[in-house]
Structures are given as structure tokens and as C-alpha cells.
Design a protein around this ligand. Structure first.
Ligand code: ADE
Length: 224
């Protein structure tokens, strides 16, 4: 799978991709992530990529030409399954969308900045608009990193334990059960006995029971 990202601050994301689980995915050649600088695609002086909005109003808007030049240049090499714009007014990102996108081959993520991007880019090039939450960030980069991480870890072979992504919170619309490791007892706080029983079917039942209990308590909206 390949994820290309267009940003005006590519360095903001470089460290994340060099130090997260995605680095391992890249090393194993399961995932390719490329970050491109929109400024490399502008014809304007001093790498200008934004301008005042028509009709007046506060805030600069990312111009159409550098973005379209960047998208079309990248499209010469890659046919994208989705061109995704990260924006607070997009569809809310969730595990289902991550699962769905993890089956794609090539994604292009576009990070907006300032007041947004020229609407014509959205009308003619963007195939999907995604928000990572009901709050406004200063740019789409954190959103792109969230998508790449959530999607990347679902690619088979990226996580060491293949089953571990499947038992994550949200995969069955259930939150994950509690987990424990050594020592078995710490300051009189003991690990639930059932987990030490070696009875795998009982342990599985206990985990499901706990998942349902926690989901009821914290996210009843997930239990339809
Ligand atoms: N850009 C600014 N805010 C955002 C959000 N909530 N999700 C995705 N991209 C954004």
C-alpha cells in the first residue's frame, strides 16, 4: 500500500513516520509513505501557496494552482483509489473507515492550512473529505498522521501479533477488555483469577463480558 501526503509543513510529519509503527511497516516494505511539499509545486515567488479570499474576510486560502499542479504531477505516476482532504467539515473518521481504507492500494492525503483550500480543488479533485473529530486544528497534518497510523497498522504483517488489530477496541463495536501483565500481585492488587486459570474458553467469555460491561458504561451508543 502507498500513502502520499501533500502538506505545506512536511517536516511536521517526518519525525512521526520515522518513529512510529509505520517505520516498521516501511522497513518491511508493506507500506510506502511519501510526504510532498506543496511549495515545490507553485509558480509564484517565494514559494507562495496561499492568498486573500475573494469577497473579503479574515484568513488566507490555499490557491488552486499549486495544489492542482501537485495532484496532477503525482497522478502521472500513481492512480489513486481516493484523494482525501482532511477537514473539520468532513465525514467523521472511525474504525470502520480505517478498515475500509486499509484495503486500498494508493491513497493521496491533502492537508489544508489557513482558512482552507480553494473550493474548486474540492469540487474537481477530492473524492473523500475526512474529519478526525469535532474540533478545529491549525492544519490537516495531524489528521493525516492519524489516518496513516490507523490504516497502516491494519495492513497484514505490520503488527507482530496478527490478531492484535482484530481485538482492538471498536473492531466489533465493543471497547477492549482490560489487560494485565507481570507481576501477578502488586501492593495486594491481584490480577483477576480467571486470567491465571489456563482455561482459554472461560477467559474468552470473561473478556467478552468485560468488553460489553465497559462499552455499556462508557459508550452505550456503540451497542445498538
Ligand atoms: N483540519 C483542521 N481540523 C481538522 C479536523 N478536525 N480533522 C481533520 N482535518 C482537520
Amino acid at each position: 500500500m502507498k500513502i502520499d501526503i501533500l502538506s505545506v509543513v512536511p517536516r511536521l510529519m517526518e519525525s512521526f513516520f520515522e518513529h512510529s509503527i509505520l517505520k516498521r511497516a516501511k522497513d518491511k516494505e508493506l507500506l510506502e509513505v511519501n510526504i510532498f511539499n506543496v511549495r515545490d509545486f507553485t509558480k509564484y515567488k517565494h514559494g507562495q501557496v496561499d492568498d486573500y479570499q475573494f469577497g473579503g474576510g479574515a484568513g488566507l486560502v490555499m490557491m488552486i494552482e499549486p495544489l492542482v499542479n501537485a495532484i496532477e504531477t503525482l497522478q502521472e505516476k500513481t492512480s489513486y483509489d481516493e484523494i482525501i482532504f482532511l477537514t473539520p467539515d468532513g465525514e467523521l473518521f472511525n474504525q470502520k473507515m480505517a478498515n475500509h481504507l486499509s484495503l486500498k492500494k494508493n491513497l493521496l492525503l491533502i492537508c489544508g492550512h489557513y482558512k482552507g483550500i480553494d473550493q474548486r480543488v474540492r469540487d474537481h479533485f477530492i473524492t473523500k473529505e475526512v474529519s478526525i473529530g469535532d474540533y478545529v486544528l491549525s492544519g490537516g497534518e495531524l489528521g493525516a498522521a492519524v489516518l496513516a497510523d490507523a490504516i497502516g497498522r491494519l495492513i497484514p504483517g505490520v503488527l507482530n501479533d496478527e490478531t492484535s488489530a482484530l481485538t482492538d477496541s471498536f473492531q466489533d463495536d465493543l471497547l477492549a477488555p482490560p489487560v494485565y501483565t507481570r507481576p501477578e500481585e502488586f501492593r495486594e492488587w491481584k490480577v483477576p483469577e480467571i486470567l491465571m486459570s489456563g482455561n482459554h474458553s472461560k477467559i474468552e467469555d470473561w473478556r467478552i463480558e468485560k468488553s460489553v460491561e465497559i462499552t455499556k458504561e462508557r459508550r452505550p451508543d456503540l451497542l445498538k
